[in-house]
Design a protein around this ligand. Structure first.
Ligand SMILES: Nc1ncnc2c1ncn2[C@@H]1O[C@H](COP(=O)(O)OP(=O)(O)OP(=O)(O)O)[C@@H](O)[C@H]1O
Ligand SMILES: [Mg+2]
Length: 242
């Protein structure tokens, strides 16, 4: 099992935002987290990546408990994240941003058979990233920055890639490009945990989903249950955007 989160509580102050969240992602599985604004999706992502500390519960990654580990230790273990804020250095060029990630990724240990991402792989997935190598990141469009952010995350050589609302605000054509990149990542054996506002996109990107509301998982969408979830008015109205 790539990721196991068990009865997790986490938040920003004395009152937890997450109230006993349990989810898992199997090896080479893609799983979505959906739910309305403020449901706790980003808080869950931050807790998984070590950006905020859990106050109760457990997180295991490939069988190892990582609940108390700092963010950089989780990166070394193989968790990479693209947050809504992207985490790029705007004043630096695309090339410099990638070089920093490449350097960090070179130092990590991975299981036998793991094929590391090269710059060449990244350029193949995102040709625009190669074209814009000499450009400062702050001068790129939102969609281009998202692609650099994913490219950067891949050079950290993750076994699990966590994406928080990657497609929000992107043009349909860019969304399609990202969908095909995610398919390519799956074929390399990567596991994906994807926060997505649109359940339709979640269905296109992942195998199954957890629906969150008010800091809890309130519904699970299993393999082959996307259609019935989308046509279930009670779930859509209560927990999803349209
Ligand atoms: N830095 C913070 N400090 C205090 N409270 C926060 C902070 N960030 C989020 N919260 C609160 O935690 C709750 C969950 O927020 P979170 O960002 O996890 O939701 P979300 O599901 O990602 O929403 P969205 O779809 O809008 O991104 C909200 O009530 C929010 O107000
Ligand atoms: Mg969020």
């Amino acid at each position: 099992m790539a990721l196991e989160v068990e009865t997790l509580e986490a938040g920003y102050g004395p009152v937890p935002v997450l109230r006993g969240v349990s989810i898992h992602v199997a090896d080479n599985e893609a799983v979505a987290i959906v739910g309305a604004n403020g449901a706790g999706k980003t808080t869950l992502v931050r807790a998984i990546c070590g950006l905020s500390q859990a106050t109760a519960g457990h997180i295991r990654f490939h069988g190892q408990t990582i609940t108390g580990d700092a963010g950089h230790r989780r990166g070394e273990a193989g968790i990479a994240v693209v947050l809504e804020t992207r985490g790029l250095f705007g004043e630096l060029t695309v090339a410099d941003n990638l070089r920093l990630a490449e350097h960090t990724g070179r130092g990590v240990k991975r299981p036998q058979g793991f094929r590391p991402f090269t710059l060449g792989d990244v350029f193949e997935l995102f040709p625009i990233v190669k074209e814009k190598l000499a450009t400062r990141v702050e001068l790129l469009s939102g969609g281009q920055q998202q692609m650099v952010a994913v490219a950067r995350a891949l050079l950290l050589q993750p076994r699990l890639l966590v994406l928080d609302e990657l497609t929000t605000g992107l043009a349909p054509k860019v969304v399609q490009e990202i969908l095909s990149v995610l398919t390519a990542l799956r074929s390399r054996g990567m596991s994906l945990l994807i926060v997505e506002q649109s359940i339709k996109l979640a269905a296109a990107m992942t195998d199954r989903a957890y629906v969150m509301s008010l800091g809890r998982v309130v519904h699970e969408v299993g393999h082959g249950e996307w259609e019935s979830t989308m046509s279930n008015d009670a779930i859509s109205k209560a927990y999803l955007h349209g």
